[in-house]
Design a binder for this molecule. Structure first.
Ligand code: HEM
Ligand code: HEM
Length: 178
């Protein structure tokens, strides 16, 4: 259990697997969004990437819920974030979590209140409605914008971990997640 759980000097195997596994899946998810934004409809690469956007986004939504629960269960023994800079980093992590939940959640809410129905990996989740429910559709207007904000915040996060901690401060912050 020890190697699986977080410790004050290091994130455990479960947290590290969530972190790096989801980082790879997010890279694909942002690629598909970029392809949707930048390439014409008939482009084959766009079609391939975009074809899995909803399913991968739903997978990420389920994974972030599990990861959040695991993080909460490990709070007493997680690596500390002391001082003003540490608290700012913690706030940054909370912002990433909020966006990781909110971005897919607004689209899933729209699917739940929409006329097309929604299936995940072939399993019917939301049946098609006769008429769409307006309040369930409204937050999805912000899905793309919130998704790009998440991408920017994550770019800042990567810069802080690699340039600030690894190259400038030369502390052990990157090692505790690797
Ligand atoms: C964490 C997961 C997700 C991320 C990071 C994400 C990100 C994005 C981004 C950045 C865009 C804008 C693309 C553009 O500018 O053309 C977008 C569009 C879209 N996404 Fe997602 N998405 C996620 C999950 C989902 C899910 C779960 C669904 C469906 C159930 C979905 C459906 C769509 C649709 C239909 C669009 C095009 C319309 C729009 O911009 O709202 N996404 N997504
Ligand atoms: C090359 C890419 C990345 C690097 C080098 C990196 C590095 C790190 C490091 C070193 C930590 C530990 C920081 C600390 O303890 O204060 C961390 C934590 C974290 N990272 Fe990343 N990260 C990357 C990508 C991502 C991505 C793509 C996401 C989410 C979309 C993400 C979300 C988080 C979150 C939420 C935490 C807080 C700990 C947790 O609950 O998992 N990271 N990252």
């Amino acid at each position: 259990m020890n190697a699986l759980s977080d410790r004050p000097d290091r994130y455990g195997l479960v947290s590290r697997t969530f972190h790096w596994g989801m980082a790879a899946l997010f890279a694909v998810q942002f690629l598909s969004a970029a392809a949707h934004w930048a390439l014409p409809r008939e482009n084959a690469l766009r079609e391939t990437l975009w074809g899995s956007h909803s399913a991968l986004g739903t997978t990420l939504f389920l994974l972030v819920l599990l990861r959040g629960l695991w993080g909460l269960a490990n709070i007493p023994q997680r690596p500390p974030h002391s001082g003003a800079a540490g608290q700012a980093a913690l706030l940054g992590h909370v912002a990433i979590y909020l966006l990781m939940v909110l971005v897919p959640a607004v689209r899933l809410l729209a699917a739940a209140g929409g006329t097309r129905g929604f299936s995940y990996l072939g399993i019917p989740v939301f049946p098609a409605r006769e008429t769409a429910i307006a309040w369930m559709q409204a937050p999805a207007e912000w899905h793309g914008e919130l998704g790009w904000i998440l991408a920017l915040v994550v770019l800042g996060h990567i810069a802080m971990a690699t340039v600030w901690h690894r190259l400038i401060q030369r502390d052990n912050v990157l090692q505790r997640m690797t």
